[in-house]
Write a protein that binds this ligand. Structure first.
Ligand code: FAD
Length: 398
């Protein structure tokens, strides 16, 4: 039985593991975290997401995890809305769409669907990848070395597989100029209700404070601000100090969120980046998901691309009959990239002004953004809006 190593048990990693396991491969998944990673905000179930979940037979299960959401509202310091976009806007395909669930719930469903042919090694990663006559020889951090017919780097935007095999992160990273912190906050009797609304409070200096629905009794919090470099990922104290400094003079609920960030188990902070890698495969090592083509959370398409990419890779491997004839894997990787690259490029072409809209710079920009959000919902302007969105990957996911 041919063996595949998937590095990273995220959306892309667990989807390809599930598909190749079902297709008859022996699959090992190495995930650096000690368990399946929780955290993350809402992802939607449109287009590619829905299609791949139907194909996996998991849509019904995923739909039992939907969040209760009413829509998005942009509020001033007193909490009064400057603009709103209910879930019904654009036939349920607006900023907050009709069917969304937490990334962690989707990840759990994909993970739990794997059969006995998939083995997960948690707290594990790769230290070296070397070509062997019929595959790739892998040195792990703790597990004994092993040889695989194929290695899939599904280890996210900061991919180690990419670094080991394709080059340093800086060669592929295009920062968009903003950073984002996100975490889950427990509600207390004093916590203001958000009643299903995704609330955003913008402040001059491109600082945005956000809160959106989570599981019952929880709210999902976000801070967005200008940055292209951040304190090291393991230095939580330095990350929190940075947030305290940047959001010190921001009102609304920012002070409450800054306190909550200190005890949030799933706190994370990262820059909004895109990843552009000229070729996604090298020998029998291939990149999948954010490690290959991260379009940034601003695209709204990270999950859809991860699921679609896994399906395209699985299809290309099957079409090349690589289960029986592993030497044909190189043909499969060429076909995979040919099919997937146009979709990734379309998603990376962000809507004009998207970065500015996520965190406007000035008071004028904040009001202009709110005005625009109100205007785009005018049915007479819908055609113009749809034309602006064309060719940016959303027709795939809409
Ligand atoms: C905890 C978390 C929360 C997220 N929240 C959001 C969100 O709120 N909004 C949004 O738009 N996007 C979010 N994302 C990104 C989103 O999941 C991806 O854009 C998209 O789903 C593509 O998924 P991926 O599988 O390629 O990458 P990811 O979902 O990032 O998964 C990569 C996986 O690889 C693992 N990994 C990393 N390095 C190594 C290594 N060296 N060895 C082994 N494993 C490794 C990670 O722990 C992770 O489990 C989040 C990602 C994570 C991991």
């Amino acid at each position: 039985m041919p063996r595949v190593l998937v590095v990273g048990a995220g959306i892309a990693g667990d989807t390809i593991a599930l598909m190749l396991g079902r297709a008859g491969w022996e699959v090992t998944v190495a995930e650096i975290a000690p368990g399946l990673r929780g955290g993350g905000q809402a992802v939607d179930l449109r287009g590619d997401c829905r299609e791949v979940l139907i194909r996996l037979g998991l849509l019904d299960e995923v739909r039992t995890k939907l969040l209760f959401q009413r829509g998005a509202a942009w509020v001033n310091a007193d909490g009064h809305p400057l603009a709103t976009m209910p879930v019904e806007a654009f036939d349920g395909n607006g900023y907050v769409s009709k069917e969304e669930l937490l990334r962690s719930d989707l990840s759990r469903v994909l993970h739990d669907a794997a059969g006995p042919e998939v083995t997960h090694l948690f707290g594990e990663t790769v230290e070296a990848l070397e070509d062997a006559p019929n595959g790739v020889s892998v040195r792990f951090r703790t597990a004994p070395p092993a040889e695989f017919d194929l290695v899939i780097g599904a280890d996210g935007a900061h991919s180690r597989v990419r670094r080991l095999r394709f080059g340093p992160e800086e060669s592929f990273r295009r920062p968009l100029g903003l950073a984002h912190a996100w975490f889950t906050m427990d509600e207390t009797p004093e916590t203001p209700s958000i009643d299903g609304w995704f609330l955003t409070h913008n402040t001059p200096g491109s600082r945005s404070t956000e809160v959106r629905p989570g599981h019952p009794g929880k709210q999902e919090v976000g801070f967005t601000f200008p940055a292209t470099a951040l304190p090291p990922r393991h230095d939580r104290a330095a990350q929190l100090a940075l947030l305290d400094k940047v959001f010190a003079d921001v009102g609304w609920r920012a002070p409450e969120f800054l306190v909550a960030a200190r005890s949030a188990p799933d706190f994370a902070l990262d820059t909004f980046d895109q990843i552009h890698v000229p070729t996604w495969y090298d020998g029998r090592v291939v990149l999948l998901g954010d490690s290959a083509w991260c379009a940034s959370p601003l695209s709204g398409l990270g999950t859809a691309l991860a699921l679609r990419g896994a399906a395209e890779l699985a299809d290309a491997i099957e079409a090349a009959d690589a289960l029986r004839l592993p030497h044909r894997l190189s043909d499969a990787l060429v076909a995979f990239e040919r099919e997937m690259r146009p979709r990734a490029l379309a998603a990376q072409r962000l809507f004009p002004g998207r970065v500015r809209q996520a965190a406007p710079r000035t008071e004028f920009g904040i009001h202009a953004t709110a005005w625009l959000i109100r205007q785009v919902q005018d049915p007479r302007l819908e055609k113009v809006f749809r034309r602006l969105m064309a060719g940016r990957g959303h027709e795939v996911a809409a």
